[in-house]
Write a protein that binds this ligand. Structure first.
Ligand code: ADE
Length: 229
């Protein structure tokens, strides 16, 4: 099954290059995903192609208006579409959401800019996502984060083994990895990894992943009430 992704943005040029390299490029070439861009300014019925206006009740900045976005979504939406608004007030994005979205047939990602959206735009969206508790200049970079994290999960884009052994796949961060040389500027690779004893290596990796998670992300260990270790 090929996934289709449509991105609504006022700045399609921002995507130049990002999806033309590495794994996303390969996924497109393999026919796993097709990505389209829509500048919703083209859908504006305003004679000057305006897409925003001042906020009712006063306040700073401009607000994206309903009409261009409603009409643009109406043109591309089908019964299989999941419409997602990128906004700092959305649900915080996690690997679990990426996995769920990787099973969808069609994603429509709406990127805002300026001060925000007319609240009524939320009524045509199935999901609102924030990529973290900070404010970006617009939703474009957030949409790139979603596309990258979802496309790599599509079947055969990268190997199943890599996906099983990575951070968050078991509620922990990934175990530490090393490559040659065994000593670099006096810094040594843990002895056990050179031992060739796979059972010991496995045990060490589990403990090291747990300890690293405890150090860097204690919240993940706290959240692990079922205790995978
Ligand atoms: N637009 C602006 N900031 C954002 C964020 N943190 N996540 C998603 N979209 C945004």
């Amino acid at each position: 099954m090929k996934m289709r992704i449509d991105i609504l943005t006022l700045f399609p040029d921002m995507y130049q290059g990002v999806f033309e390299e590495s794994i996303i490029k390969r996924a497109k070439e393999m026919g796993k995903v097709e990505i389209y861009f829509h500048n919703f300014r083209d859908d504006s019925l305003d004679p000057h192609k305006k897409v925003d206006d001042t906020p009712y009740g006063g306040g700073p900045g401009m607000v994206l208006s309903c009409q261009p976005i409603f009409d643009c979504v109406a043109k591309i939406r089908t019964k299989d579409s999941k419409v997602i608004l990128l906004t700092p007030s959305g649900k915080v994005y996690k690997e679990k959401i990426a996995i769920e979205l990787s099973h969808e047939k069609h994603l429509i990602l709406i990127c805002g800019h300026y001060e925000g959206f007319d609240e009524r735009i939320r009524t045509i969206c199935d999901l609102e996502i924030s990529i973290g508790d900070y404010v970006l200049t617009g939703g474009e970079i957030a949409s790139m984060v979603l596309v990258d994290s979802i496309v790599r999960l599509l079947p055969d884009v990268i190997s199943k083994d890599s996906l099983l052994e990575e951070s968050f796949s078991n509620q922990l961060l990934d175990y530490p990895t090393y490559t040659k040389p065994a000593i670099y500027k006096g810094l040594k690779v843990p002895e056990v990894l050179l031992s060739g004893n796979h059972a010991l290596i496995e045990k060490w990796r589990k403990e090291a992943a747990y300890n690293k998670t405890l150090e860097m992300r204690p919240d993940l260990v706290e959240g692990d009430k079922n205790g995978t270790l």
